[in-house]
Design a protein around this ligand. Structure first.
Ligand SMILES: NC(=O)c1ccc[n+]([C@@H]2O[C@H](COP(=O)([O-])OP(=O)(O)OC[C@H]3O[C@@H](n4cnc5c(N)ncnc54)[C@H](O)[C@@H]3O)[C@@H](O)[C@H]2O)c1
Length: 361
């Protein structure tokens, strides 16, 4: 790999932007040059800690700074405008998930980057979590045979008053929306990760997702993959957990959970868990807790992981961009992956409206 560092600008210093800053600090491949944030207090306090050149107006940052890549970490409703402005300024773009709220918007982003001759990287950060990467390797090596079922659920909370609804600043009223650990804002990670783990696109879906501004309900998604695997997601944050005292796992990584963002090094009673069941074995993936278990005829054992736990995956994601931009490696997670995830998600909404399974392509 080249010795030059990737010159990065960041737009949006909110919840995830500030975690990107922390992650980049430990990477020798990344030089965080500048960051833009419209909120003066956030910008000032984070500038004091991380030492980037601060901007209130990201378009000014684009004009004044020499950057290889801009990371877009603003609310999804702004992704298209910010990403296209970056592309037109000749900067490569890494856009946080979801790529957009509407499929047409995601297509315009991809087209604008192609027209400007810049690369569009989709922020599928789960693909850079070591437990998921190792799980994918094991699946690819045949360790669990053919994948029959992949599943994930987030169910708990403190009753209806404790819901963590994202609100209109993120999701416009009348369109997809809901809580931070619901189908749109969180499930989009799993839609991408399931297809990536099995190497198969989604053939058809049925599901139900919440609408921004409308009364929420339990969300679910069934994905039939072309290779015959089934993907199942289930989300409800207005009830209570069923975990018993003592259940859970020590988390080596930070995590987004029903309790909000949890720093590393704590016991988590209900850690994020992805289950993958195959014909020869099964995987239990604690993607944020940084732990992976394999069960087969020989029993259950913990699998050793390499790489940094969360939030180190945000640095790993950016290092992948650096390899592509500075060394010419292929784009590991292109904008098209974000578009594909969005197509699955929007098909789920359509399936509920039309009360039928929707086939994709
Ligand atoms: N990959 C992950 O695991 C992960 C985790 C959380 C959030 N996200 C995604 O990251 C994005 C941001 O989410 P968040 O939770 O950080 O939201 P947030 O509301 O906490 O932060 C967004 C920030 O962007 C700023 N902003 C808005 N418009 C701006 C503009 N034009 N110029 C500069 N700053 C602007 C806001 O002031 C705010 O500080 C969303 O797309 C979200 O889905 C990804």
């Amino acid at each position: 790999m080249t010795k030059r560092k990737l010159r990065v600008g960041l737009v949006g210093l909110g919840g995830v932007g500030s975690i990107h800053l922390e992650a980049y600090r430990d990477s020798s491949a990344i030089e965080l040059v500048a960051a833009a944030e419209i909120d003066d207090a956030k910008r000032t306090s984070l500038q004091a800690r991380y030492g980037f050149r601060p901007y209130a107006d990201f378009t000014r940052m684009l004009r004044e700074e020499t950057l290889d890549l801009v990371c877009v970490a603003t609310p999804v409703v702004t992704h298209e405008a910010v990403a296209i402005a970056c592309a037109e300024a000749g900067k490569h773009v890494l856009c946080e998930k979801p790529l957009a709220v509407e499929v047409a918007s995601a297509r315009r982003m991809i087209a604008a980057c192609a027209a400007a001759g810049v690369k569009l990287f989709y922020g599928a950060s789960y693909r850079f979590l070591p437990a998921l990467r190792k799980a994918r390797d094991l699946i690819g090596s045949g360790a669990i045979g053919e994948v029959l079922l992949m599943r994930e659920q987030e169910i708990g909370g403190t009753g209806p008053d404790g819901r963590q609804i994202m609100g209109f600043a993120h999701y416009p009223p009348g369109g997809p929306g809901g809580s931070g650990l619901g189908l749109v804002d969180h499930g989009i990670h799993l839609i991408d990760a399931f297809g990536w783990m099995t190497g198969s696109p989604v053939a058809s879906v049925f599901g139900r997702g919440n609408i921004s501004g409308a009364a929420p309900s339990t969300e679910y998604l069934l994905m039939n993959f072309r290779n015959g695997s089934l993907g199942h997601l289930l989300y409800e944050d207005s009830t209570f957990p069923t975990s018993l005292p003592g259940e859970g796992i020590f988390s080596w990584g930070s995590a987004w959970s029903l309790d909000g963002y949890v720093p590393p090094g704590r016991w988590q009673s209900a850690p994020g868990t992805i289950h993958v069941h195959g014909t020869k074995g099964a995987l239990r993936i604690h993607h944020y807790a940084h732990a992976l278990f394999l069960t087969d005829r020989n029993g259950t054992r913990q699998i050793e992981l390499e790489g940094s736990s969360a939030p180190g995956h945000f640095a790993a994601q950016m290092e992948s961009c650096a390899r592509s931009i500075l060394d010419g490696a292929p784009v590991e997670v292109p904008g098209e992956a974000g578009l594909a995830a969005l197509e699955v998600l929007t098909a789920a909404y359509r399936s509920f409206e039309e009360k039928q399974v929707i086939s994709l392509g």
